[in-house]
Design a protein around this ligand. Sequence first.
Ligand code: ADP
Length: 653
Amino acid sequence: MLNRWLRKLQKLFPVRQILTYLDSANPTSENCRDFTNLSYPQWQHRFLIARLNLALWLAFFFFLTRTILNLIYFIQGKYPSLEEWGIAIILVHFILLSCIFLLRTAWGHRHLGLIFLSSSWAVTMIEQISDTITGNVNPEFFLWILTFSTQATLIPVRWFLHLISQTTILGYYFSVNQIIGFDVASFDWNFVKMCFGIFCVCLICDLSVYLYESLQKTEFNTKLQLEIAYQKLHSAEARYRSILENSVEGIFQSTPDGRYIYSNLTLAKIFGYDSPEQLMAKVNDIGKQIYVNSSRREEFLNLINRDGTVLKFESKAYRADGSIVWISENARAVHDRQGNLIAYEGDIEDITERKWAEAEIKKALEIEKELNQLKSRFISMASHEFRTPLTTILASAEALEHYGHKWNEEKKRTYLHRIQATAQHMTGLVNDILVIGKTESGNFDFNPAPLDLERFCQDTIEDIKLSIDSQYSLNFVVQEAQQLITEKSAQTSVLNKILELDSNQQNHRQNDSLLIAQNQSIGKIPEVVFMDGKLLEHILHNLLWNAVKYSPQGGQVYLKLYYLNNHAIFQIQDEGIGIPATEQKYLFNSFYRAQNVANISGTGLGLTIVKNFVDLHRGQIFVESEVWVGTTFTVILPLNLAKENIDEKNSSD
Ligand code: ADP
């Protein structure tokens, strides 16, 4: 209650002003800016100025009040004489005001002791001197005690000044008055008691000033040390904070339950937040909100709980906008004195660029590896496929040269035909290489034209039949498209490929039944088919030749044709050596040949060319094969695309 009233009182304007003024009379670290640069004497000097100022104003107001009271007494006729007293009192006021003024000057600051003594003497001595002059010597014990104790209370420094002030005042009373001839005091016990009393007051005042001063000195030094330590601490804290804040790595402290309790700006930026505060406020489950793969958090916790630290822990992390960064973490577990886990702390580095670079390097290495393989495949192909025919040509030519004159015409022609056939074979090889070069550089013409597809397939089959052993059985069938849809298990990949093709042409069907329902022409043979006959011949020729080449004698080879959803589907099936599953993905690379080809001759270029030609049709090719069971190549070519191509071409002409 009392405290409440006191607090209210302190808020009143004049009281607040007085309190502020009193506060400023203490040169503490709070109101001394350069506190740490001060020595104790310098501080003491400031203290003396502040306190002298306070004491002088108090003395001035005390005397002013006293003067006013005396004037009132005088007016009421209660005060006998004003004259001497008047001069004395004017002098006191004048000296006090002069001291207040001097205290504000540089001279005054240099002579604080003099101002102290002057003010002290003004208060006590002038009246004594006045008494001496008027011959009315009276000890002013009360005024002296008041002066000494006030000085000791308000200006508790430089005890020696206090002593001088006290001895001069008392010395004057007891010695000067005596010398001049006044009887300062008749010996009575009361007087002795008063003298003893004033002696004790002086002693207590000086002692308390001395003790207070030494206490202040200790306090000053302690405060100074504290202030210096605080400043050091502050600058160390600022330095460490700056290191943390400006670190190129994200620095964090997180709770075991997955919240960030400290983050620097870098970490917030890594995770795409504007500030650490935002990161700490928004992320309350690191496992779910930060890690893309939330099991990484568990791995992190397991590792750190087992080893106490986690080093270079790499994971994918979500940013605030949902994008993904790669991060690398170093962290350690933090325990309290009792050994309880309280937090994890460490640093996080954004390694996205490094990961990209690694991926690029890996890709480049793979390409280089592929190129090397390509080179070695080319060399092995060239050494075999070129050397053998060249040897044949050379041997035949030499035989002709040396023995030609002995041979009949028939034999000579046989040798010449051999040379021609082998040279033609080599030209074919070179052509294949040129075709690959042309298609890969995009310089190959694609000229679709109306085509009777079934007739075309039939002719191709017949063509091949002419040049192969009669033991092979080569068959052409036009199959019901419905079969592809109903025999889903076996043909799912075919359907998927068609759906894929459709989606490429922005005509993606949601599912097979929708596909069937929406397309009335499913399985129907289209009236006109537009395709590039030259390219298609190459495709079918190559695949059928391979089917024969890689089948044992007497093997069955099928060419099946389906129409489905504006696509022609060609399936070339054989019961040959098959292709190992691990090698199937490399088949369309130039010069690639599967391990199981043994000594069946080939260049590894045929399928590359087929793939390029299928691509020109914007079609798809894929293989299903099992070693020693057989191989099925499926080629899917869109029918309309080829027509669109022609339309485009015509309109541009
Ligand atoms: P090649 O001149 O070697 O036949 P291709 O490019 O036509 O070149 O074929 C590449 C490889 O694919 C062949 O070497 C062979 O290993 C494999 N291959 C292609 N078709 C078949 C098939 N029908 N049966 C088994 N393997 C095949």
